[in-house]
Design a protein around this ligand. Structure first.
Ligand code: ATP
Ligand code: MG
Length: 288
C-alpha cells in the first residue's frame, strides 16, 4: 500500500502525527506539496492520497485550477480523502444550501455579491432587534467572523459593508442572523460516518467560541448531536469533517460549519483521544 500526504502546509503538527503513524505501521508514505509536482509528466502511483490542508482555497485562482487538475489526476488511480468534489464544493455557502435541502434548521442567511441585498438583509434584522453575523465563505478559526449589534444610518452600514467585503469577504457577502445560545457550541469530529471525538467550546469574552479566538475547550460526552453531525457530513460529501453545532437557546441545534480540513489538536489536548491513530485506522480500512 502506497500513501501520499498531499499538502500545501507541510508544517502542521497533526499532519506530522499522521505521517509518523503511517510510518510506524510500516506503510510506505510519501509527502508532497503542489510545488513538488509538474504536469503533464507527473505519474501518480498511490493507493491513497490524504489531503489535510485547504489547498484549493488559498492562493490565486490559477493555483486553484492547477491544483484541481493535479487532484483530479490523482483521483483517477487513487482514493483521495476528502473526495475532490467535496473539497471543491467546500464553503459555508454550500453547507447552507445543503442544510436547506435536507430541511434541517439553519440560521437565516443570505449569500450575495450584491451590496444592496446585503444591506437590506442586515437592516431588516437589526430593525427587528436581531443581531447579524458576517463571515467569509471559506475561512476558519473565527477569522473575519463579526457581529453587527446596533442600527446604523444607511451611510454608516454601507460603509461598513464596503470595508468588510474588501477586508474579508473577497467579493461575497455571507450574512446570518445571530443565534442566541446558552454560551457554548460543540465541535464533533466525523471520520467515515462516525463521530470519533467531541468538545464543547466557550468564551466569556467573545461571541466566537473558537479555541483560536481565545475560547476554552472541554470534553463533551453526550452523543446527542452525533446523528445530526454524521448526516450533515454525508450531505456535503465529506469523509473527514469537523462539525460546529450551536444549540439555540430553545435547545434546537444549528449547524454552523462542516469543515473540510479540520484541525484536531485542541480536541486531542482536551479529550486525550489519539485522533491521528483513528484517522490512520480509517484511511487504511478505506483502501484495504
Ligand atoms: N449565527 C451565529 N450565531 C451565533 N454565534 C455564531 C454564529 N455564527 C458563528 N458564531 C460563533 O462564531 C464562531 C465561528 O463561526 P463559524 O464556525 O461559522 O466560522 P469559523 O469557525 O471561522 O469557521 P471554521 O468552523 O471553518 O473554522 C462559532 O463557533 C460560534 O461561536
Ligand atoms: Mg467554526
Amino acid at each position: 500500500m502506497r500513501v501520499l500526504i498531499f499538502t500545501d502546509n507541510p508544517t502542521t503538527g497533526e499532519t506530522g502525527l499522521v505521517r509518523k503513524e503511517f510510518q510506524d505501521r510500516g506503510v510506505d508514505v510519501d509527502y508532497k506539496a503542489p510545488w513538488d509536482i509538474a504536469l503533464p509528466r507527473f505519474r501518480p502511483d498511490y493507493d491513497l492520497v490524504y489531503v489535510p490542508s485547504n489547498m484549493l482555497h488559498r492562493g490565486s485562482t490559477f493555483e486553484m485550477l492547477h491544483r484541481l487538475l493535479i487532484l483530479r489526476r490523482m483521483e483517477e488511480d487513487a482514493v483521495v480523502v476528502n473526495p475532490v468534489d467535496s473539497m471543491l464544493n467546500y464553503s459555508k455557502e454550500h453547507l447552507s444550501l445543503q442544510l436547506g435541502r435536507l430541511g434541517l434548521p439553519h440560521p437565516e442567511t443570505v449569500i450575495t455579491e450584491n451590496i444592496e441585498h446585503a444591506y437590506e438583509f442586515a437592516a431588516r434584522l437589526l430593525d427587528e432587534d436581531r443581531e447579524v453575523v458576517l463571515k467569509p465563505i471559506c475561512m476558519a478559526r473565527g477569522i473575519g467572523v463579526m457581529k453587527l449589534s446596533r442600527i446604523r444610518s444607511r451611510e454608516d452600514l454601507m460603509q461598513f459593508l464596503v470595508w468588510y467585503i474588501r477586508s474579508y469577504g473577497e467579493g461575497v457577502f455571507y450574512l446570518q442572523e445571530y443565534v442566541p445560545n446558552p454560551g457554548y457550541d460543540v465541535r464533533c469530529l466525523v471520520v467515515g460516518g462516525e463521530v470519533v471525538g467531541r468538545e464543547k467550546r466557550s468564551n466569556p469574552d467573545d461571541f466566537r467560541y473558537n479555541v483560536a479566538a481565545g475560547g476554552a475547550a472541554s470534553p463533551f460526552d453526550d452523543p446527542v448531536y452525533d446523528e445530526l453531525a454524521v448526516k450533515v457530513a454525508d450531505a456535503v460529501g465529506l469523509l473527514i469533517s469537523g462539525l460546529d453545532i450551536l444549540p439555540r437557546s430553545d435547545g434546537e441545534p444549528m449547524v454552523l460549519e462542516a469543515n473540510c480540513f479540520p484541525g484536531y489538536k485542541a480536541l486531542m489536548d482536551t479529550t486525550g483521544i489519539q485522533i491521528h491513530k483513528l484517522l490512520v485506522d480509517y484511511l487504511i480500512r478505506l483502501v484495504a
